[in-house]
Design a binder for this molecule. Sequence first.
Ligand code: PAF
Length: 281
Amino acid sequence: MQIVKTVIALQDAVKAFRAVGKSVGLVPTMGALHEGHKSLVVRCRKENDVVVVSVFVNPTQFNNKQDLLTYPRNLEADAKLLGDAGADIVFMPSVDEVYPEPDNRVFNLGPVAEVMEGKMRPGHFNGVAQIVSKLFAWVEPDRAYFGEKDFQQIAVIRAMVKLEGFKVQIVPCPIVREADGLAKSSRNVRLSPALRKIAPNIARILRESCNFALSHSVAETQQWVIDGINAFPDLRVEYYQIVDALSMQPVADWNDAPAISGCITVYCGDVRLIDNIAYRK
Ligand code: PAF
């Protein structure tokens, strides 16, 4: 496995493989890697000759300075996990390497980026589009792998790919969960032992809501989830929205779209957790 820190070294490493006709898969990450990331790398390994992983805490997608400062970082452990998972090239650049000058590009991502995370975290998706478009331009991957925990992000990246005309296949990968159901997330390490015990109720209530939904309306199901989670003193729902799984727009009726998911953000103490559930795939 090669660890490269500059864009030139990244492009040279990829070019060497391309020259002999190899296919290239990319797994963009912000590090603090866990089993969820590992599953992306393993899938990428199966489907491509060459596996490129980027590890970069992208400042332009943080609309909250404190969140950027406290975002977990562990480059040594990340390199070990990536070696074990079979990565070929790991790109670990500095902020100056990625942004030698400010990136002022504004992406017109459309309605998909305006709801939920787009509304709660202004500028977040534009920052994601900035970094992912740079990575796609540098690596020119055949396929790129993203976890479905960030469900809306996948739709936004698809919109960016269309807008920019990248020829990359976006591959969504299932959420990896802890044994108690909590979605794996780099932010979970920030949960105190007490909060860690309560957090799995988010996934449990989402799961149980699939049954509730069989005999209740969208609005009733939405409220049932919000009330169930807010009943825990240390959990506070920021939003729960049942949406068309492609357009991310709210649905009013279970027949409004062929695929329907529920997307949630919950503060567990001061840790912001996200999760989602498919009502209809
Ligand atoms: O999902 C993430 O970890 C980040 O948003 C991504 C896609 C790596 C861009 O920084």
